[in-house]
Design a binder for this molecule. Structure first.
Ligand SMILES: CC(C)(COP(=O)(O)OP(=O)(O)OC[C@H]1O[C@@H](n2cnc3c(N)ncnc32)[C@H](O)[C@@H]1OP(=O)(O)O)[C@@H](O)C(=O)NCCC(=O)NCCS
Length: 197
């Protein structure tokens, strides 16, 4: 399968941070940023594989700075590495203040996409060719991330928890006393009769 250079599938998406996506503090919702990251990364993945792809996983995402409503959000994504039927795509989010021209990096994330054949089964993807030093570094780091991710988990020994030593009288932690049997209800007064009034 012939490889394709990273630059051929790299994608860029820009969108105004609109008030409909604001949180209560007047900043862009984190969920909206995640949506844009998924879209930009899926574009790069599909452009590389030239077939439908699905998001298999999203790495952790850090939010370095808030994005104010009215600022321009820019997401840049490119294929870091192809494994067999899956590929890692790196996405970087920037915010541009259109009045000052200042651009700031706000988020980064790694996503894994799987290419699908017409019958919905994972299919092989052409390799990606890293050309620049940055692309080569990302290619190596993607391999390392996968190696660490797939490493069998080390068994964690079970440690008996220490008995609770809280000296505060916390009602929620107080030992539960066995409840007393319910007292039998006092007999009800007999309904008044004409003779008793
Ligand atoms: C992702 C999906 C296609 C994998 O299907 P599967 O039958 O488990 O496929 P396989 O076990 O053969 O794995 C196929 C590839 O996916 C990778 N993969 C599977 N699950 C993964 C996960 N959770 N994270 C990262 N990679 C994953 C495998 O490593 C393998 O990659 P490789 O061939 O490059 O080594 C399937 O789980 C799926 O359709 N998930 C739902 C996707 C979705 O709806 N996304 C949101 C909307 S786009």
């Amino acid at each position: 399968m012939e490889g394709r250079p990273v630059r051929e599938s790299a994608s860029e998406l820009s969108e105004f941070a609109l008030p409909i996506y604001a949180n209560t503090l007047g900043n862009l919702l984190g969920g909206r940023i995640m949506h844009l990251v998924d879209l930009a990364a899926a574009t790069a993945a599909m452009r590389h594989a030239r077939c439908p792809v699905v998001t298999a996983s999203v790495d952790h995402m850090t939010f370095l700075h808030p994005i104010r409503i009215g600022q321009l959000v820019i997401v840049k994504a490119s294929v870091n590495r192809v494994f067999r039927t899956s590929m890692e795509v790196g996405a970087k989010v920037f915010v541009e203040d259109l009045e000052t021209g200042v651009v700031r990096h706000t988020n980064s994330s790694y996503l894994t996409f799987v290419a699908l054949s017409p019958d919905g089964k994972p299919r092989e993807i052409p390799p990606v060719i890293p050309e620049t030093e940055t692309e080569k570094r990302r290619w190596h780091e993607a391999g390392e991330r996968r190696r660490v991710e797939r490493r069998p988990a080390e068994p964690v020994p079970y440690v008996e928890p220490e008995p609770h030593r809280c000296s505060l009288r916390c009602p929620s932690l107080a030992p539960v006393r066995p409840s007393r049997p319910p007292r039998s209800a006092p007999p009800l007064d007999p309904p008044p009769t004409a003779g008793s009034l």
